[in-house]
Design a protein around this ligand. Structure first.
Ligand code: NAD
Ligand code: USQ
Length: 383
């Protein structure tokens, strides 16, 4: 299948583009490379040294004989997007190309506005481009589990059946996101759902949990194919950050009580979930929602797991409860459904001692690149 991976220079997108190419799909990456610019803006670098996208792709072709196309540009620029769509004629589009950090979106008004414009306008342009030029193309859009927030009832996959005053309907599940970033995903979901209803587009919204890990079969093939691994207080995410903190002897940064519970998945499952969605497209007019995570953990549980795994490697790992920079529940009910991807054939890589061991060793290998000034969180929700 011809698959366009938007955001293919990023963490999930790079691993996915190589994986799909390796599995025989005809892949092209579209990316504005703006994430590299945000790193420069914040004066941070990923733990791993990532090569320029052109070198990465050349190396992939030299190693495997498989060519991945490249379109460098911004999906908020409609004419650029149209040209790429008309030239590549994708049968599926996997859309990772957004500003994805909650703290970045909460820095100040400019960053909140930028996040929502970049994400919502980019996705809306994409919907118009598909409708106008390629209406049968399946949109596989990365959403987030954070769209649901932490309600005191079970979280369903996208929709909930409600009885009200004697009448019954199946409706979009209520959304209570926790940042202007997470809100941008809710706005996207509404726009995509509407486009499916009015134009008959086919779309899958993948409400992904927090991703951890760095190695996939393909990105581990060669140093030039290495994936990014963020550890800083803005783009770094919980488990990845904890492993890197353990590697450099920094106390693990649990925010508040640490009872915040989220869905998590290994990056090797991210790439497989995308493949399952691509290979099993939504029907015309269908807005399909899948919850993409494999296990639930509280932040405190994860810190303890990293502490134990670190001990086995001879690392002395302390856990520190910091004042929570975010506004969120620190103790709450959380029980989210995630059966639809399993039904499609996902065989999860559950979090294991061997994964923690390999991630810790990876972090130790590159720990000389860590700038400790970027570990503590600096962005406050109430500022
Ligand atoms: P990332 O920042 O590593 O990659 C995003 C890529 O998109 C970057 O290469 C960036 O340059 C590109 N991009 C951003 N805006 C663009 C635009 N307007 N036009 C073209 N390219 C643009 O992020 P990631 O961690 O790979 O996340 C990818 C997607 O998955 C995001 O949509 C994110 O919300 C979602 N997601 C990520 C996680 C996670 O834990 N990393 C969890 C759940 C959902
Ligand atoms: N947390 C800590 N200590 C840290 C970092 C985070 O306690 O050092 C806590 C946060 O307060 C939060 C939880 O861990 O309660 C998750 O935070 P995170 O930074 O790991 O993840 P989040 O901000 O939710 O965002 C990440 C990705 C985002 C994606 C989301 C999936 O950056 O793109 O949408 O995970 S989800 O969380 O399911 O919405």
């Amino acid at each position: 299948m011809r698959v366009l991976v938007i955001g293919g220079d990023g963490y999930c997108g790079w691993a996915t583009a190589l994986y799909l190419s390796n599995r025989g799909h005809d892949v092209a990456i579209l990316d504005s490379l703006i994430r590299r610019h945000w790193d420069a803006e914040l004066c941070v670098e990923t733990l791993t040294p990532i090569a320029p996208i052109q070198h990465r792709l050349q190396r992939w072709q030299d190693l495997t004989g498989k060519r991945i196309g490249l379109y460098i540009g911004d999906i908020c620029n409609y004419h650029f997007l149209e040209r790429a769509m008309l030239e590549f004629q994708p049968e599926a589009i996997v859309h990772f190309g957004e500003q994805r950090s909650a703290p970045y979106s909460m820095i100040d008004r400019e960053h909140a506005v930028f996040t929502q414009v970049n994400n919502v306008v980019g996705t809306l342009n994409l919907l118009y481009a598909i409708h106008t030029h390629n209406p049968d193309c399946h949109l596989v859009k990365l959403g987030t589990m954070g769209e649901y927030g932490t309600p005191n009832i079970d979280i369903e996959e996208g929709y909930i059946t409600i009885e009200h005053n004697g009448r019954k309907d199946t409706l979009p599940y209520p959304k209570q996101p926790g940042s202007f970033y997470h809100l941008s995903k809710v706005h996207d979901s509404h726009n995509i759902h509407f486009a499916c209803r009015i134009w008959g587009l086919r779309a899958t919204d993948l409400n992904q949990g927090v991703v951890y890990g760095v190695l996939t079969e393909e990105t581990g093939m060669d140093e030039l194919l290495i994936n990014r691994l963020d550890y800083d207080g803005i783009f770094g995410t919980a488990l990845n950050r904890f492993c890197i903190q353990a590697a450099i002897g920094h106390p693990l940064t649990v925010y508040g009580k640490g009872g915040q519970t989220r869905g998590f998945l290994d990056i090797r499952d991210t790439v497989r979930c995308i493949e399952l969605a691509v290979n099993n497209p939504a029907a015309p007019g269908e807005f399909r929602v899948l919850n993409q995570f494999t296990e639930q953990f509280s932040v405190g549980d994860l810190a303890h797991k990293v502490q134990e795994a670190g001990k086995a490697l001879g690392l002395k790992v302390e856990i520190q409860h910091l004042e929570n920079p975010r506004v969120e529940k620190e103790e709450h009910y959380f029980n989210a459904k995630n059966t639809k991807l399993l039904d499609l054939g996902l065989q999860p890589h559950y979090l294991s001692d061997s994964l923690l061991d390999s991630l810790l060793n990876f972090a130790i290998k590159y720990k000389h690149r860590v700038d400790v000034n970027h570990i503590l969180p600096k962005v406050k929700w109430r500022a």
